[in-house]
Design a protein around this ligand. Structure first.
Ligand code: C2E
Ligand code: MG
Ligand code: MG
Length: 397
């Protein structure tokens, strides 16, 4: 496992370097200047499997460094180290997670070998390689996969916190790849966006989701079905008509469809986007602002766009019961949602403490591994039965 150490203090570098050596890690590169470390990663994303990063550095501080790692789409593990107070460390970790970086943990200085070992155990268990096998795919292969139906939808349940009632699902696309198995969207959505394939992809996902919604409706299950759309989808002026036609053809009320929007890339044409989103609302299609709080979804959008649901990013949700700052952000976001007449959804509810806190705060809906992982449609019924059994305990009347 290749480890990159970045700390402006020579003493800290030597100390942690020695500790790592004693733990049996031999491929350790240390940099006292953040800029040099960054150049190394910039030149070769695989130069490090895990980065140990000091937050307080003179030239590029840890937060800036994290921002660059996110820009480079660094997929290795990250451990943050700081002499600052606990809150700074927690906030920085939250920030890095919100950037989708794989944060293995945070350590308060002075670093101990026990702490290092504990945090490095997880990536070691994954075969010494911290990154999930990540490949980049050629646009032609992706296009072929879309055309030949190799993209499949999984569905993650969304439940009402007060009652535990199942209210809907979020559609999450996966690629059933002949060689690589199930490939997750973070490995191909950007490729689709960059190569003009996102319209085709979204339309395929949406049509399949509506077909599934109809199957559920026919079985007596009326569910809200969320579908993620990219900003690029909201540049095609015929998109609202496509959506309206598709819901009509599937026989699904447009109110049961919720489009989840993230400002993952800049709105290149603000007027067209507003035009499209407003027309979707006029057609009673639900609009949800996704990953709220990550900076992709700015407050200004809430004022300008008639959203009816706000999804609080999982970076703030999980562990909020033990983190005052995250709890404040969650509470603030959901109060704002309610004041604007929107429903609030907490993403990334991973354990009972997350669940209890959100219930206590009066959040409307929860989504996350604690309720269920995203499911293949065939697994949905079994989950529903299991959930009915857990529900009484989790949401007592
Ligand atoms: P998202 O819309 O924010 O979706 C939630 C992501 O969080 C999903 O990852 C889901 O599996 C994951 N997740 C759910 N519960 C938990 C939890 O308790 N803990 C943790 N750590 N994670 C949880 P997934 O499926 O890998 O999707 C990643 C992103 O890819 C989605 O983020 C969405 O932005 C994008 N995406 C997925 N499907 C589509 C699609 O059809 N079109 C577009 N444009 N984007 C899509
Ligand atoms: Mg979403
Ligand atoms: Mg989200």
């Amino acid at each position: 496992m290749k480890i990159l150490l970045v700390d402006d203090e020579a003493f800290a570098l030597r100390l942690v370097g020695r500790q790592l050596k004693q733990l049996g890690f031999t491929e350790v590169v240390a940099h006292q200047h953040a800029a040099e470390a960054l150049a190394l990663i910039e030149g070769n994303l695989s130069a490090a499997d895990v980065i140990l990063l000091d937050l307080q550095m003179p030239d590029i501080d840890g937060i800036e460094f994290v921002r660059h790692l996110a820009r480079l789409q660094f997929t290795g593990g990250l451990i943050l180290i700081s002499g600052e107070d606990e809150r700074v460390l927690q906030t920085a970790s939250g920030l890095a997670r919100a950037h989708s970086l794989d944060v293995l943990g945070a350590i308060h200085k002075p670093v101990t070998p026990q702490q290092l070992e504990a945090l490095l155990r997880a990536p070691l268990a994954r075969g010494g390689d911290a990154r999930a096998a990540r490949k980049s795919y050629a646009p032609e292969t992706l296009q072929q996969a879309i055309a030949s139906g190799h993209l499949v939808n999984h569905y993650q349940p969304k439940v009402e916190l007060a009652t535990g009632r199942l209210v809907g699902v979020e559609t999450l696309v996966r690629w059933e790849h002949v060689d690589d198995g199930l490939v997750f969207p973070d490995q191909f959505i950007t490729c689709a966006e960059d190569n003009n394939l996102i319209d085709e992809l979204t339309r395929a996902v949406l049509l399949e989701a509506l077909r599934q919604a109809r199957v559920w409706a026919d079985a007596g299950l009326s569910l809200h079905v969320g579908v993620n759309v990219s900003m690029d989808n909201l540049a095609a002026l015929d998109f609202p008509d496509f959506v309206a036609n598709a819901t009509r053809a599937a026989g699904v009320p447009s109110r049961n469809l919720v489009l989840e929007v993230t400002e993952s890339r800049l709105m290149t044409n603000v007027l067209a986007t507003l035009d499209i989103l407003t027309r979707l609302r006029l057609k009673y299609v639900g609009l949800s602002i996704d990953d709220f709080g990550t900076g992709h979804s700015s407050l200004a959008q809430l004022r300008n766009i008639p959203f009816d649901e706000l999804k609080i990013d999982r970076g703030f949700v999980h562990g909020a019961a033990f983190d005052k700052a995250n709890a404040a952000i969650v509470e603030g976001s959901l109060n704002m949602a309610h004041q604007l007449g929107m429903k609030a959804v907490a993403e990334g509810v991973e354990d009972r403490s997350d669940w209890n806190l959100l219930r206590a705060l009066g959040c409307d809906y929860a989504q996350g591994y604690f309720v269920s992982r995203p499911l293949a449609p065939a697994a949905f019924e079994t989950w529903r039965h299991e959930w009915e059994l857990r529900r009484a305990d989790l949401a007592p009347a």
